[in-house]
Design a protein around this ligand. Structure first.
Ligand code: AMP
Length: 189
């Protein structure tokens, strides 16, 4: 199964991706995790991306598409993958379409996890407390900015994938288990 999890920061994409990894036996591909690893390893990409990520902006389409395209060729992606946090712009979605088509592959579904901004800010502030402030971009100010970036640059993907006939929306305001059940149902049980 080749799946995209779409939704604003704090909607629960990472949490739901981990549940789907267990259920579907395919890996979670989180561009946020890949970029944070690049930052930690001080690679050229990491050094260039750090400041952009810390202020809550998006890393360039070209760089992000490059790291994802490489990952699709790994053995563990043979039966599919769950994309978490990618694509985040229409440009990335178009590039993804080309990358997959070149490999003779297609997406099965795009699950949009919907949640209100007020809850998202609360959840992320809580995540920052739980993880001891591990992420420089999990502050109340940066999260408000990241939500703006989501609405401006990523939300147009809802229409993009609706037109492609792939979008399934679920209510992300419920408990982790309820959302997981709704996703399972949206994917046809
Ligand atoms: P995330 O862990 O998905 O919230 O991503 C953390 C940060 O990494 C984002 O705020 C961006 O700066 C960067 N990032 C992650 N995924 C992407 C992407 N698909 N396109 C551009 N930037 C990204």
């Amino acid at each position: 199964m080749r799946l995209i999890l779409l939704g604003p920061p704090g909607a629960g994409k990472g949490t739901q991706a981990k549940i789907l990894v267990e259920r579907l036996g395919v890996p979670q591909l989180s561009t946020g995790d890949m970029l944070r690893a690049a930052v930690a390893n001080k690679t050229a990409l990491g050094l260039a991306a750090k400041e952009i990520m810390d202020r809550g902006d998006l890393v360039s389409d070209e760089e992000v598409c490059g790291i994802v395209a490489d990952r699709f060729d790994d053995k563990d992606c043979a039966n599919g993958f769950i994309l978490d946090g990618f694509p985040r712009t229409v440009g990335q979605a178009e590039a993804l379409g080309v990358i997959l088509a070149d490999k003779g592959l297609a997406l099965d579904a795009v699950v949009e996890i919907q949640a209100d901004s007020s809850v998202l800010i609360e959840r992320i502030v809580q995540r920052a407390k739980d993880t001891g402030g591990e992420r420089a971009d999990d502050t109340a100010e940066t999260i408000a900015y990241r939500l703006d970036v989501y609405h401006q640059q990523t939300a147009p993907l809802v229409e993009y994938y609706t037109k492609a006939g792939l979008l399934r929306a679920v209510d992300g305001m419920e408990s982790v288990e309820t959302v997981a059940g709704a996703i399972e149902q949206a994917l046809g049980g």
